[in-house]
Ligand binder design. Sequence first.
Ligand code: PLP
Length: 386
Amino acid sequence: MSFVPPQRTLMGPGPSDVHPDVLAALSKPTLGHLDPVFVDLMDEVKALLQVAFQTENRLTMPVSGPGTAGMETCVANLVEPGTTVVVCCNGVFGERLRQMVERCGGTAVVVDDAWGRAVSPEKVADALKAHPEAEILAFVHAETSTGALSDAETLAALAQKHGCLTIVDTVTSLGGVPLRVDEWGLDAVYSGTQKCLSVPPGLSPITFSERATERVQNRTTPVQSWFMDVTLVMGYWGEGKRAYHHTAPVNMIYALHEGLRLLKEEGLEAAWARHHSAHEALKAGLEALGFSYLAPEGERLPQLNAVWVPEGVDEATARRRLLDEHDLEIGGGLGDLAGKVWRIGLMGYACRPENVRHCLGALETVLGRTGGLAAAEPLLDEGVAA
Ligand SMILES: *Cc1c(COP(=O)(O)O)cnc(C)c1O
C-alpha cells in the first residue's frame, strides 16, 4: 500500500508546515538537471535567494542537502588547517560549528554564553582582542535550540574591526526575522528550507561575499570535501556554461522556487511582521497558561518560543497527547534542556492565526487549564493578517 501520512500541524523547531503551493510544485514533472528550462529556473532561484538574503553576492545558491550541509560547506571552504576561528556557543548549533571547525583542522576559540541568552558582543570583543591571530568569527543568528536571537549586525561589525570574516547560521532566521546580508557585511551565510521558508527539508541556501569568495580562491590547501568545494559547485550553479557536478534534487528546486516566490510576493517586511505579531499573540496565551520563556525579553525569537514546562506536567506524555489527539507537533528540549523546555515554532506557513489558536486550544485541553485562547484572541484580531 502507498504511504499516507497523517495531516499534522508542525509547530516544533522544524520541519515546519509546507505551503500547499510548494507541495504542488514538488509534484510537477521532473526535468533533466541540465535542461535549458531547468537552467533558467536555477537562475531565478539564485535571484530570489538574493532577495531573501538581501544581497547582491554572485555566489548565492542552494546546497543540495539540509541546513547542516550548508554549515559544513561554509566551514569546509573557509577554514584551512591552522585557521583560528572564534566560535560562539550558546546552544546546540554553535557547538556543532565548533566541532566542524576542529574537524577541518582549525583552532576554535570558544565564546560561551548560557543557553537561552544571545551571544554577548562584549565577550566576542574580548576574544577577538585576545586572539589577534583569529581570521574568522562564527555564530548562530537564531539559536533554534534555545529560542535566542543574537545581534548579527553588531557581531559582524566587531569581526570587521578585527579583520575577521564571518560565518553566520541563518537557518531559522531567514524569512522569520530581519536579516540583511549586504548591509550588515556578513561573509559566509547558510540557511535551510525547512524552517521559515515553508519548504520541506533538504536544501541549504548559502551566500558568500566577495571577501569570502576570494578567501576560498586563495587557499593553499584544496577544500577537503569535493562535494562541498564551492569553486567546483559553481561550475554547475554559476554563470555561463553549466557543467555536471552532481545531480540537483530537481523537484526540491521547484519547491524552493515556489517558497521563495511566495516570500517575495508577501514581502520580506510583511513576513517578518507576521512572525512578530503571531508570536505576541502566542506569548500572551502561553503566559496566561502559566508558561515562562527561557530567553529574556529582547533576546527572543518570534518564530521559536522556548518555554519552561510548568511544574507537575509530565512533558513527554503531554507532548505525545498533543500529537495523538490534536495532530500537533511541538518540540522538546535538547541537551541539558531535555525534559525541561518545550519549543513551539511559528515558522513560515505554520505561522498563522489559526495555528496559534489550535496550539493554545490543544494545550488547554491537555493541561486542563484555561485562559490561553482568551488572552491571545485580541492580539490575533489586531495584528495578524491571514
Ligand atoms: C535546523 C537548524 C540547523 C540544521 O538544519 P538541518 O536541516 O537539520 O540540517 C542548523 N542551525 C540551526 C540554527 C537550525 O535551526
